[in-house]
Design a protein around this ligand. Structure first.
Ligand code: ATP
Length: 240
């Protein structure tokens, strides 16, 4: 079992060659807390999540989760420590069946069959449509269903903290509502969330606290309610 814990990010930086994508950012996500990161295209949101997952090299900083130092850890070990990741663009395997996609989510856990079957049952309970379509190829699912599959795949490893990169991307307003309902359900189940979004309205509804990133830096922080009512945020990110 993984100890529930606070994600602590201090002075995190990411460089691509000479380009600085993330510049000494810091924040925390407490157990059960949902934190949002909003910002324009290229602000460094995706790079921040990838750095937490060990998918891009970090050029500085410290990452801790519930007393474990994750600063130098590899991606599959991050999953073992209870952090799930839903990448931008979903990245499901279109030529594999829905259930095969889900089973890949448990791979890093080296579980016995019984634990994997229990995880699968929980995902099908949360997303009945995935159960109905378990034998279909993932590529045959709609965009919204593929997003559910990507969330389900991350849940298969039983994370305590879920990192989500633009889950609303390309989805209709109706499906964005469905995503919001899923995020609420995850919070009710006690997961911590770190949600990266260009959709600020969704983010403010799904989280208690937010960071605004600009040019790789944290430009503003506050409760989601405060930021939603902020004049500058309203003008730039809500178009009001
Ligand atoms: P998006 O909404 O497009 O995902 P973002 O806020 O997530 O934007 P990042 O994707 O983290 O921003 O990009 C931050 C900066 O780093 C941008 O200037 C981008 O061009 C640059 N960048 C991202 N990935 C790479 C890479 N693999 N090589 C070089 N530069 C990169």
């Amino acid at each position: 079992a993984t100890a529930a814990g606070t994600l602590t990010v201090e002075d995190l930086s990411v460089h691509y060659g000479g380009v600085c994508a993330v510049r000494s950012i810091g924040f925390t996500v407490a157990p059960g807390q949902a934190v949002g990161i909003i910002g324009a295209n290229g602000a460094g949101k995706t790079s921040t999540l990838k750095a937490l997952m060990g998918l891009v090299p970090r050029s500085g900083g410290r990452i801790g989760f519930g007393g474990t130092d994750l600063t130098r850890i590899r991606a599959r070990d991050v999953v073992r420590h209870g952090i799930g990741y839903v990448p931008e663009g979903r990245h499901v395997f279109p030529g594999l069946a829905v259930e095969k996609n889900l089973l890949l989510g448990a791979y890093a856990r080296s579980w016995r069959g019984e634990q994997t079957r229990q995880s699968l049952a929980e995902v099908y309970e949360l997303f009945p449509v995935l159960g109905e379509m378990r034998g279909r190829l993932a590529g045959a699912l709609s965009g919204g269903q593929q997003q559910m599959l990507a969330v389900g795949r991350a849940l298969m490893a039983k994370p305590r903290l879920m990192l989500l990169d633009e889950p609303s991307m390309g989805l209709s307003p109706k499906l964005v509502e469905d995503i919001l309902a899923v995020l609420r359900r995850l919070r009710e189940d006690g997961l911590s969330l770190l949600l990266v979004e260009q959709n600020a309205k969704l983010t403010f509804e799904a989280t208690s606290d937010c960071l605004v990133m600009e040019n790789g830096e944290v430009a503003m922080t506050g409760t989601s309610a405060e930021l939603r009512d902020d004049v500058r945020v309203r003008r730039i990110y809500l178009g009001i």
